[in-house]
Design a protein around this ligand. Sequence first.
Ligand code: SF4
Length: 392
Amino acid sequence: MANVTSTWTEPSNTPLTLLLLGKGTDPASERGVDCPGDLPAPSDPDLVARATAAKAALGSRVFVLGHHYQRDEVIQFADVTGDSFKLAQQAAARPEAEFIVFCGVHFMAESADILTTPAQKVILPDLAAGCSMADMAVLGQVETAWEHFEDLGITDQIVPVTYMNSSADIKGFVGRNKGVVCTSSNAKRALDWSFEQGSKVFFLPDQHLGRNTAVLEMGFDLDDCVLYDPHKPKGGLTDEQLRNAKMILWRGHCSVHGRFTIDSVREVRERVPGVNVLVHPECRHDVVRAADYVGSTEYIIRALDAAPSGSAWAVGTELNLVRRLALAHPDKQVMFLDRTVCYCSTMNRIDLPHLVWALEELVAGRVPNVITVDEKTAHEARVALDQMLALP
Ligand code: SF4
């Protein structure tokens, strides 16, 4: 038999390439940028001891935030856990902490930087931890869409609303166009306020949260919603469609929640009689319609806390959280809505080696991976965030 040798060559980056862990740069995107640093090996048996020692050495100078979707190995070192907005608020409530180590993704660290004092440094342990949903709305695309709406003469009717899960420059765009940021907990209140200011909403970047809130909570028809595809000329919509629409939804979605299907719901109902299906509003419209309960991450946690012993729950959200909930409620049957594994791959880029590295750098007097939002963008984004905080 002939001796065959082959050499694998890493393909060069294209606009769609998923960057390898910590390799490659794409500063115009949240797909990830270089992660400098000499990371400890994941197999290092001293990682827990090293993180514990570094955190103790830093004391109150450091505050570690852990998003609910983070791995257990990271969550164990979080001073507080929560969803993206709760974590940004917690960061803002700790002005004495010099360093905010944000175990989450890039847009969350940006929000924390916007809400904390200039003296505080927000650190993302792996700069390659972006969010695919946030990446689906790039400022240039959004400005092109807005110019199109201006040409149609409809911008004075439109209120832009962006989900917290968007980059700082999208929040800035919304702030300078008199709009508002929303979370999955207050999306209805944000839309109620927006429809008092105008007759249309331009909803970024998660089409599902926008559609689910408008149709299921506010009584709009599906036909009131149109989908603006930034990759098609004029968003793939006619002038008439845009003029008639009440909700102009940006074509973005969460790569995790968007994976649940109506078949997942049917299958679990057949397999587990009496099961309660509980999903996040980033799931597709048909999935949310077929579920028994829908709500934010914090809602999901509260629902399981309040559930009676012996009840069965199929949960449609990120797997790290579902696993932790299952462990926290051994008296209840808590299962993942879909049988296939569904971690958020970018969230999972923050692992113990990256956390150890970031903390040890701080102990050594170096400040790694600082996330900074420029002053103008931060000011405009803050206008949209403050509008959210002022929602009735
Ligand atoms: S779970 Fe979805 S929205 Fe959240 S960080 Fe991952 S891709 Fe983004």
